[in-house]
Design a protein around this ligand. Structure first.
Ligand code: S3P
Length: 447
Protein backbone atom coordinates (compact mmCIF):
# COMPACT_ATOMS: atom_id res chain seq x y z
CA UNK A 1 0.00 0.00 0.00
CA UNK A 2 3.07 2.25 0.05
CA UNK A 3 3.08 4.99 -2.57
CA UNK A 4 6.17 4.34 -4.61
CA UNK A 5 6.39 7.32 -6.93
CA UNK A 6 4.98 10.75 -6.09
CA UNK A 7 2.36 12.13 -8.42
CA UNK A 8 2.71 15.93 -8.64
CA UNK A 9 -0.04 18.03 -10.19
CA UNK A 10 -0.66 21.75 -10.77
CA UNK A 11 -4.07 23.35 -10.19
CA UNK A 12 -4.77 26.62 -12.00
CA UNK A 13 -7.35 29.42 -11.88
CA UNK A 14 -10.78 28.08 -12.76
CA UNK A 15 -13.81 29.47 -14.53
CA UNK A 16 -17.23 29.03 -12.84
CA UNK A 17 -17.95 25.54 -11.48
CA UNK A 18 -21.33 24.07 -12.26
CA UNK A 19 -23.15 20.76 -12.29
CA UNK A 20 -24.15 17.99 -9.94
CA UNK A 21 -21.74 15.63 -8.20
CA UNK A 22 -21.93 12.73 -5.77
CA UNK A 23 -19.03 12.27 -3.40
CA UNK A 24 -17.84 8.76 -2.41
CA UNK A 25 -19.18 6.94 0.63
CA UNK A 26 -18.42 8.08 4.15
CA UNK A 27 -15.01 6.81 5.26
CA UNK A 28 -15.89 6.37 8.93
CA UNK A 29 -19.09 4.48 8.15
CA UNK A 30 -17.36 2.37 5.48
CA UNK A 31 -14.69 1.15 7.92
CA UNK A 32 -17.29 0.32 10.55
CA UNK A 33 -19.61 -1.41 8.10
CA UNK A 34 -16.83 -3.83 7.10
CA UNK A 35 -15.74 -4.46 10.67
CA UNK A 36 -19.22 -5.08 12.06
CA UNK A 37 -20.30 -7.17 9.05
CA UNK A 38 -17.17 -9.27 9.53
CA UNK A 39 -18.27 -9.94 13.13
CA UNK A 40 -21.89 -10.78 12.32
CA UNK A 41 -22.92 -14.36 11.64
CA UNK A 42 -24.21 -14.58 8.05
CA UNK A 43 -24.13 -12.31 5.01
CA UNK A 44 -24.22 -8.52 5.22
CA UNK A 45 -24.61 -6.34 2.15
CA UNK A 46 -22.94 -2.92 1.87
CA UNK A 47 -23.96 -0.36 -0.74
CA UNK A 48 -22.04 2.83 -1.38
CA UNK A 49 -18.84 1.66 0.33
CA UNK A 50 -15.93 4.07 -0.11
CA UNK A 51 -13.44 2.17 -2.26
CA UNK A 52 -10.48 4.21 -1.07
CA UNK A 53 -7.17 2.79 0.10
CA UNK A 54 -7.92 3.30 3.80
CA UNK A 55 -11.13 1.28 3.63
CA UNK A 56 -9.50 -1.37 1.45
CA UNK A 57 -6.88 -1.75 4.20
CA UNK A 58 -9.69 -2.54 6.63
CA UNK A 59 -11.22 -5.02 4.17
CA UNK A 60 -7.86 -6.78 3.71
CA UNK A 61 -7.35 -6.98 7.48
CA UNK A 62 -10.82 -8.43 8.10
CA UNK A 63 -10.17 -11.00 5.35
CA UNK A 64 -6.83 -11.86 6.96
CA UNK A 65 -8.75 -12.49 10.20
CA UNK A 66 -11.25 -14.87 8.62
CA UNK A 67 -14.10 -12.89 7.03
CA UNK A 68 -15.12 -13.46 3.42
CA UNK A 69 -15.46 -10.11 1.66
CA UNK A 70 -16.35 -9.73 -2.01
CA UNK A 71 -17.23 -6.84 -4.30
CA UNK A 72 -19.90 -7.56 -6.90
CA UNK A 73 -19.66 -6.15 -10.43
CA UNK A 74 -22.57 -3.91 -9.37
CA UNK A 75 -20.29 -2.24 -6.78
CA UNK A 76 -22.19 -3.86 -3.89
CA UNK A 77 -20.04 -5.53 -1.25
CA UNK A 78 -20.99 -8.80 0.47
CA UNK A 79 -19.43 -9.86 3.75
CA UNK A 80 -19.71 -13.25 5.49
CA UNK A 81 -18.76 -12.68 9.10
CA UNK A 82 -17.08 -14.99 11.60
CA UNK A 83 -19.13 -13.98 14.66
CA UNK A 84 -17.97 -11.95 17.66
CA UNK A 85 -15.13 -13.93 19.25
CA UNK A 86 -14.42 -15.72 15.98
CA UNK A 87 -11.57 -13.65 14.53
CA UNK A 88 -8.65 -15.79 13.38
CA UNK A 89 -5.00 -15.00 13.86
CA UNK A 90 -3.67 -13.30 10.72
CA UNK A 91 -0.75 -15.11 9.09
CA UNK A 92 1.21 -11.97 8.34
CA UNK A 93 1.41 -8.34 9.48
CA UNK A 94 -1.67 -6.18 8.82
CA UNK A 95 -0.62 -3.31 6.53
CA UNK A 96 -2.72 -0.31 7.54
CA UNK A 97 -1.22 1.99 4.90
CA UNK A 98 -2.12 5.59 5.80
CA UNK A 99 -5.20 4.72 7.86
CA UNK A 100 -5.35 5.72 11.52
CA UNK A 101 -9.00 4.69 11.76
CA UNK A 102 -8.27 1.12 10.56
CA UNK A 103 -5.36 0.83 12.96
CA UNK A 104 -7.01 2.11 16.10
CA UNK A 105 -10.38 0.41 15.63
CA UNK A 106 -8.86 -2.92 14.63
CA UNK A 107 -6.54 -2.81 17.64
CA UNK A 108 -9.74 -2.62 19.68
CA UNK A 109 -11.14 -5.71 17.99
CA UNK A 110 -7.94 -7.72 18.35
CA UNK A 111 -7.57 -6.64 22.01
CA UNK A 112 -10.41 -8.91 23.16
CA UNK A 113 -9.76 -11.88 20.88
CA UNK A 114 -7.37 -14.76 21.61
CA UNK A 115 -5.10 -13.81 18.71
CA UNK A 116 -1.91 -11.90 18.07
CA UNK A 117 -1.61 -9.40 15.23
CA UNK A 118 1.09 -7.00 14.08
CA UNK A 119 0.10 -3.61 12.64
CA UNK A 120 2.34 -1.72 10.22
CA UNK A 121 1.79 1.51 8.30
CA UNK A 122 3.28 4.10 5.98
CA UNK A 123 5.66 6.89 7.03
CA UNK A 124 2.78 9.19 8.07
CA UNK A 125 0.91 6.56 10.11
CA UNK A 126 4.14 5.38 11.76
CA UNK A 127 4.51 8.84 13.30
CA UNK A 128 0.98 8.96 14.76
CA UNK A 129 0.46 8.42 18.51
CA UNK A 130 -1.02 5.06 19.49
CA UNK A 131 -0.80 5.23 23.30
CA UNK A 132 -4.26 6.78 23.23
CA UNK A 133 -5.60 3.30 22.34
CA UNK A 134 -2.91 1.01 23.74
CA UNK A 135 -3.30 2.51 27.26
CA UNK A 136 -7.03 1.75 27.73
CA UNK A 137 -6.87 -1.52 25.76
CA UNK A 138 -3.90 -2.54 27.92
CA UNK A 139 -6.07 -2.01 31.00
CA UNK A 140 -8.53 -4.46 29.42
CA UNK A 141 -5.74 -7.05 29.33
CA UNK A 142 -4.25 -6.77 25.84
CA UNK A 143 -0.46 -6.71 25.58
CA UNK A 144 1.31 -4.36 23.15
CA UNK A 145 4.87 -4.62 21.89
CA UNK A 146 5.99 -1.47 20.12
CA UNK A 147 8.85 -0.56 17.88
CA UNK A 148 11.82 0.92 19.71
CA UNK A 149 12.40 4.66 19.75
CA UNK A 150 8.99 5.72 20.99
CA UNK A 151 9.12 9.16 22.55
CA UNK A 152 6.91 8.55 25.58
CA UNK A 153 4.22 7.35 23.18
CA UNK A 154 3.71 4.23 21.12
CA UNK A 155 4.19 4.02 17.39
CA UNK A 156 3.78 1.41 14.67
CA UNK A 157 4.86 -1.27 14.05
CA UNK A 158 2.96 -2.63 17.06
CA UNK A 159 2.25 -6.25 17.94
CA UNK A 160 -1.01 -6.78 19.84
CA UNK A 161 -1.67 -9.91 21.89
CA UNK A 162 -5.38 -9.97 22.64
CA UNK A 163 -6.83 -11.00 26.00
CA UNK A 164 -9.62 -13.55 26.16
CA UNK A 165 -11.50 -12.98 28.30
CA UNK A 166 -10.72 -9.27 28.37
CA UNK A 167 -11.62 -7.18 31.41
CA UNK A 168 -14.43 -4.62 31.09
CA UNK A 169 -13.41 -1.05 31.94
CA UNK A 170 -14.94 2.35 32.44
CA UNK A 171 -12.82 4.89 30.61
CA UNK A 172 -13.08 8.66 30.45
CA UNK A 173 -11.66 9.93 27.16
CA UNK A 174 -8.73 12.30 27.79
CA UNK A 175 -9.12 13.80 24.30
CA UNK A 176 -12.08 14.19 21.93
CA UNK A 177 -11.52 11.14 19.74
CA UNK A 178 -14.08 8.94 18.03
CA UNK A 179 -11.33 6.51 17.18
CA UNK A 180 -10.42 5.95 20.82
CA UNK A 181 -14.08 5.71 21.83
CA UNK A 182 -14.71 3.21 19.05
CA UNK A 183 -11.62 1.09 19.81
CA UNK A 184 -12.85 0.57 23.38
CA UNK A 185 -16.47 -0.12 22.36
CA UNK A 186 -15.30 -2.62 19.75
CA UNK A 187 -13.09 -4.32 22.34
CA UNK A 188 -16.18 -4.38 24.60
CA UNK A 189 -18.08 -6.44 22.01
CA UNK A 190 -16.19 -9.59 22.99
CA UNK A 191 -15.61 -8.69 26.65
CA UNK A 192 -17.85 -10.24 29.32
CA UNK A 193 -19.82 -7.62 31.28
CA UNK A 194 -20.25 -3.95 30.54
CA UNK A 195 -17.59 -1.73 29.00
CA UNK A 196 -18.18 2.00 29.38
CA UNK A 197 -16.72 5.04 27.64
CA UNK A 198 -17.33 8.51 29.06
CA UNK A 199 -17.10 11.21 26.46
CA UNK A 200 -16.90 14.77 27.88
CA UNK A 201 -17.05 16.29 24.37
CA UNK A 202 -19.30 14.52 21.86
CA UNK A 203 -17.54 13.08 18.80
CA UNK A 204 -18.92 11.35 15.70
CA UNK A 205 -21.43 8.73 16.82
CA UNK A 206 -21.34 6.28 13.90
CA UNK A 207 -20.02 3.44 16.07
CA UNK A 208 -22.89 3.77 18.53
CA UNK A 209 -25.52 3.98 15.77
CA UNK A 210 -24.08 1.05 13.85
CA UNK A 211 -23.38 -1.21 16.83
CA UNK A 212 -27.00 -0.78 17.88
CA UNK A 213 -28.11 -1.31 14.27
CA UNK A 214 -26.22 -4.63 14.15
CA UNK A 215 -27.98 -5.71 17.35
CA UNK A 216 -25.48 -4.98 20.15
CA UNK A 217 -27.01 -3.75 23.40
CA UNK A 218 -25.87 -0.20 24.18
CA UNK A 219 -26.95 2.16 26.96
CA UNK A 220 -26.35 5.84 26.28
CA UNK A 221 -26.97 8.55 28.86
CA UNK A 222 -25.66 11.92 30.00
CA UNK A 223 -23.99 12.31 33.40
CA UNK A 224 -24.25 15.21 35.85
CA UNK A 225 -21.37 17.05 34.10
CA UNK A 226 -23.05 16.76 30.72
CA UNK A 227 -20.67 14.03 29.46
CA UNK A 228 -22.02 11.23 27.27
CA UNK A 229 -21.82 7.83 28.92
CA UNK A 230 -21.83 4.95 26.45
CA UNK A 231 -21.96 1.36 27.70
CA UNK A 232 -21.80 -1.78 25.61
CA UNK A 233 -22.93 -5.16 26.88
CA UNK A 234 -20.58 -8.02 26.00
CA UNK A 235 -20.39 -10.63 24.80
CA UNK A 236 -22.55 -9.40 21.97
CA UNK A 237 -24.05 -11.24 19.04
CA UNK A 238 -24.32 -9.26 15.83
CA UNK A 239 -26.88 -9.92 13.14
CA UNK A 240 -26.07 -9.25 9.48
CA UNK A 241 -27.35 -6.00 8.00
CA UNK A 242 -27.97 -4.22 4.72
CA UNK A 243 -25.88 -1.06 5.08
CA UNK A 244 -26.32 1.96 2.81
CA UNK A 245 -23.34 4.28 3.21
CA UNK A 246 -24.12 8.00 2.72
CA UNK A 247 -21.76 10.37 0.91
CA UNK A 248 -18.88 11.62 3.06
CA UNK A 249 -19.37 15.18 4.39
CA UNK A 250 -15.59 15.43 4.77
CA UNK A 251 -15.21 14.83 1.02
CA UNK A 252 -18.18 17.06 0.16
CA UNK A 253 -16.28 19.85 1.95
CA UNK A 254 -13.98 20.25 -1.08
CA UNK A 255 -16.55 20.89 -3.85
CA UNK A 256 -18.53 22.91 -1.30
CA UNK A 257 -15.70 25.35 -0.60
CA UNK A 258 -14.65 25.37 -4.28
CA UNK A 259 -18.16 26.47 -5.29
CA UNK A 260 -18.22 29.17 -2.63
CA UNK A 261 -14.85 30.56 -3.71
CA UNK A 262 -14.88 30.39 -7.52
CA UNK A 263 -16.89 33.36 -8.87
CA UNK A 264 -20.03 32.45 -10.81
CA UNK A 265 -20.25 28.90 -9.46
CA UNK A 266 -23.35 26.90 -8.59
CA UNK A 267 -22.86 23.26 -7.63
CA UNK A 268 -25.20 20.59 -6.36
CA UNK A 269 -23.73 17.82 -4.19
CA UNK A 270 -26.12 14.89 -3.82
CA UNK A 271 -26.47 12.43 -0.94
CA UNK A 272 -24.25 14.07 1.70
CA UNK A 273 -24.30 12.79 5.29
CA UNK A 274 -25.38 15.58 7.65
CA UNK A 275 -25.14 13.74 10.97
CA UNK A 276 -24.92 16.58 13.55
CA UNK A 277 -21.66 15.12 14.90
CA UNK A 278 -20.15 15.71 11.43
CA UNK A 279 -21.89 18.80 10.05
CA UNK A 280 -19.96 21.64 11.73
CA UNK A 281 -18.44 22.92 8.48
CA UNK A 282 -21.81 23.68 6.89
CA UNK A 283 -22.79 25.71 9.95
CA UNK A 284 -19.50 27.65 9.97
CA UNK A 285 -19.53 28.38 6.23
CA UNK A 286 -23.14 29.58 6.44
CA UNK A 287 -22.18 31.85 9.36
CA UNK A 288 -19.39 33.25 7.13
CA UNK A 289 -22.03 34.16 4.55
CA UNK A 290 -21.86 31.01 2.42
CA UNK A 291 -24.94 30.34 0.31
CA UNK A 292 -25.52 26.64 1.09
CA UNK A 293 -29.04 25.20 0.86
CA UNK A 294 -29.94 21.75 2.16
CA UNK A 295 -32.65 20.06 0.12
CA UNK A 296 -34.58 16.81 0.50
CA UNK A 297 -33.37 16.06 4.02
CA UNK A 298 -33.98 12.37 4.69
CA UNK A 299 -32.70 9.40 6.67
CA UNK A 300 -30.72 6.73 4.78
CA UNK A 301 -29.47 3.64 6.62
CA UNK A 302 -30.00 5.31 10.00
CA UNK A 303 -28.03 8.45 9.07
CA UNK A 304 -29.42 11.89 8.13
CA UNK A 305 -28.64 12.84 4.54
CA UNK A 306 -29.37 15.83 2.28
CA UNK A 307 -28.50 17.24 -1.13
CA UNK A 308 -26.58 20.51 -0.98
CA UNK A 309 -26.83 23.43 -3.37
CA UNK A 310 -23.85 25.75 -3.05
CA UNK A 311 -23.43 29.10 -4.80
CA UNK A 312 -20.47 31.46 -5.00
CA UNK A 313 -20.56 33.83 -2.01
CA UNK A 314 -18.60 36.69 -0.55
CA UNK A 315 -17.39 35.25 2.76
CA UNK A 316 -16.54 37.16 5.91
CA UNK A 317 -14.02 36.13 8.55
CA UNK A 318 -15.11 34.18 11.63
CA UNK A 319 -13.95 33.05 15.04
CA UNK A 320 -14.98 29.44 15.68
CA UNK A 321 -15.74 28.06 19.12
CA UNK A 322 -13.56 25.16 20.32
CA UNK A 323 -16.85 23.32 21.01
CA UNK A 324 -17.52 22.90 17.30
CA UNK A 325 -14.13 21.31 16.53
CA UNK A 326 -15.09 17.61 16.91
CA UNK A 327 -17.99 18.01 14.47
CA UNK A 328 -15.62 19.22 11.74
CA UNK A 329 -12.22 18.01 12.89
CA UNK A 330 -11.15 16.90 9.40
CA UNK A 331 -12.48 20.00 7.66
CA UNK A 332 -10.14 22.68 9.07
CA UNK A 333 -7.58 22.52 6.25
CA UNK A 334 -10.21 23.39 3.65
CA UNK A 335 -11.86 25.90 6.01
CA UNK A 336 -8.48 27.68 6.27
CA UNK A 337 -8.54 28.00 2.48
CA UNK A 338 -12.07 29.44 2.61
CA UNK A 339 -10.93 31.90 5.31
CA UNK A 340 -8.03 32.95 3.07
CA UNK A 341 -10.52 34.54 0.67
CA UNK A 342 -12.89 35.92 3.31
CA UNK A 343 -13.15 39.58 4.24
CA UNK A 344 -11.17 40.16 7.44
CA UNK A 345 -9.56 38.00 10.03
CA UNK A 346 -10.56 34.46 11.09
CA UNK A 347 -9.47 32.87 14.34
CA UNK A 348 -9.52 29.10 14.82
CA UNK A 349 -8.60 27.69 18.23
CA UNK A 350 -8.91 24.43 20.15
CA UNK A 351 -7.28 22.54 17.28
CA UNK A 352 -4.63 20.60 19.24
CA UNK A 353 -5.82 17.32 17.70
CA UNK A 354 -4.97 18.62 14.21
CA UNK A 355 -1.30 18.28 15.09
CA UNK A 356 -1.61 14.46 15.23
CA UNK A 357 -3.58 13.78 12.06
CA UNK A 358 -2.08 12.39 8.84
CA UNK A 359 0.27 15.38 9.15
CA UNK A 360 0.57 18.28 11.60
CA UNK A 361 -2.25 20.08 9.85
CA UNK A 362 -1.75 23.40 11.64
CA UNK A 363 1.88 23.76 10.70
CA UNK A 364 1.62 22.23 7.20
CA UNK A 365 -1.32 24.50 6.34
CA UNK A 366 0.38 27.57 7.83
CA UNK A 367 3.50 26.92 5.77
CA UNK A 368 1.60 26.21 2.55
CA UNK A 369 -0.78 29.17 2.85
CA UNK A 370 2.15 31.54 3.49
CA UNK A 371 3.84 30.15 0.38
CA UNK A 372 0.84 31.07 -1.77
CA UNK A 373 0.57 34.59 -0.38
CA UNK A 374 -1.83 34.29 2.58
CA UNK A 375 -0.98 36.03 5.85
CA UNK A 376 -1.38 33.57 8.72
CA UNK A 377 -0.32 33.37 12.35
CA UNK A 378 0.30 29.91 13.74
CA UNK A 379 -0.87 29.36 17.32
CA UNK A 380 -0.08 26.40 19.50
CA UNK A 381 -3.68 25.24 19.26
CA UNK A 382 -4.86 26.92 16.09
CA UNK A 383 -4.42 29.41 13.28
CA UNK A 384 -5.27 33.01 12.52
CA UNK A 385 -5.96 33.69 8.85
CA UNK A 386 -6.03 37.20 7.37
CA UNK A 387 -8.43 36.93 4.44
CA UNK A 388 -7.89 38.56 1.06
CA UNK A 389 -11.50 39.75 0.84
CA UNK A 390 -12.23 37.68 -2.27
CA UNK A 391 -9.09 38.80 -4.12
CA UNK A 392 -7.31 35.92 -5.83
CA UNK A 393 -4.36 34.42 -3.97
CA UNK A 394 -0.85 34.74 -5.38
CA UNK A 395 -0.28 30.98 -5.76
CA UNK A 396 2.84 30.01 -7.68
CA UNK A 397 4.29 27.61 -5.12
CA UNK A 398 4.80 23.87 -4.76
CA UNK A 399 3.12 22.49 -1.65
CA UNK A 400 4.52 19.53 0.29
CA UNK A 401 1.39 17.56 1.12
CA UNK A 402 3.26 15.37 3.65
CA UNK A 403 1.31 12.20 2.69
CA UNK A 404 -1.88 13.93 3.84
CA UNK A 405 -4.86 13.61 1.48
CA UNK A 406 -6.76 16.54 2.99
CA UNK A 407 -3.76 18.89 2.68
CA UNK A 408 -3.35 17.89 -0.98
CA UNK A 409 -7.05 18.48 -1.77
CA UNK A 410 -7.18 21.76 0.17
CA UNK A 411 -4.32 23.27 -1.81
CA UNK A 412 -5.77 21.91 -5.05
CA UNK A 413 -8.88 24.00 -4.32
CA UNK A 414 -6.67 26.99 -3.42
CA UNK A 415 -5.11 26.65 -6.89
CA UNK A 416 -8.53 27.27 -8.49
CA UNK A 417 -8.54 30.79 -7.00
CA UNK A 418 -4.85 31.66 -7.37
CA UNK A 419 -3.22 33.93 -9.95
CA UNK A 420 -0.39 31.45 -10.60
CA UNK A 421 -0.94 27.68 -10.44
CA UNK A 422 -0.48 25.83 -7.15
CA UNK A 423 1.45 22.58 -7.51
CA UNK A 424 0.88 19.72 -5.12
CA UNK A 425 4.04 17.63 -4.77
CA UNK A 426 2.10 14.38 -4.50
CA UNK A 427 -1.60 13.81 -5.14
CA UNK A 428 -1.40 10.03 -4.63
CA UNK A 429 -2.56 10.13 -0.95
CA UNK A 430 -5.93 11.45 -2.19
CA UNK A 431 -6.69 7.83 -3.15
CA UNK A 432 -7.05 7.03 0.56
CA UNK A 433 -10.37 8.86 0.85
CA UNK A 434 -11.45 10.44 -2.45
CA UNK A 435 -10.19 8.48 -5.48
CA UNK A 436 -12.40 10.44 -7.89
CA UNK A 437 -11.41 13.90 -6.60
CA UNK A 438 -9.68 15.11 -9.77
CA UNK A 439 -12.35 13.61 -12.05
CA UNK A 440 -15.03 15.35 -9.96
CA UNK A 441 -13.28 18.73 -10.27
CA UNK A 442 -12.88 18.25 -14.02
CA UNK A 443 -16.58 17.41 -14.38
CA UNK A 444 -17.55 20.60 -12.55
CA UNK A 445 -15.32 22.89 -14.59
CA UNK A 446 -16.12 21.23 -17.91
CA UNK A 447 -19.79 22.18 -17.78
C1 S3P B 1 -12.49 9.16 12.68
C2 S3P B 1 -12.29 9.97 13.75
C3 S3P B 1 -11.47 11.19 13.69
C4 S3P B 1 -11.20 11.64 12.25
C5 S3P B 1 -10.83 10.49 11.37
C6 S3P B 1 -11.92 9.45 11.35
C7 S3P B 1 -13.32 7.95 12.84
O1 S3P B 1 -10.23 10.92 14.30
O2 S3P B 1 -10.17 12.60 12.24
O3 S3P B 1 -10.61 10.95 10.05
O4 S3P B 1 -13.73 7.34 11.83
O5 S3P B 1 -13.60 7.59 14.00
P1 S3P B 1 -10.00 11.11 15.90
O6 S3P B 1 -10.75 10.06 16.59
O7 S3P B 1 -8.52 10.96 16.07
O8 S3P B 1 -10.48 12.49 16.19
Amino acid sequence: MAHTSPSPKAFAMSGPLSGTVRVPGDKSISHRSLMLSALAVGESVIEGLLEGEDVLATAAAMRAMGATIDRGVDGVWRVHGVGVGGLLQPESALDMGNSGTSTRLLMGLVASHAITATFTGDASLSKRPMARVTDPLGTMGAVFTCSPGEKGNQYLPIMVRGACPAVPITYRLPMASAQVKSAILLAGLNTPGITTVIEPVPTRDHSERMLAGFGAKLDISTDADGARVISIHGEAELTPQHVVVPGDPSSAAFPMVAALLVPGSEVRIDNVGINPTRAGLIEVLQAMGGDITLVDERVVGGEPVADLIVRHSALKGIETSPDIVPSMVDEFPILFVAASLAEGKSVFRGLDELRVKESDRISVMAKGLSAIGVTVEELEDGLIVHGSGAATLAGGATIAAELDHRIAMSFAIAGLVSAAPVTIDDMSPVATSFPIFEAMLESLSAQ
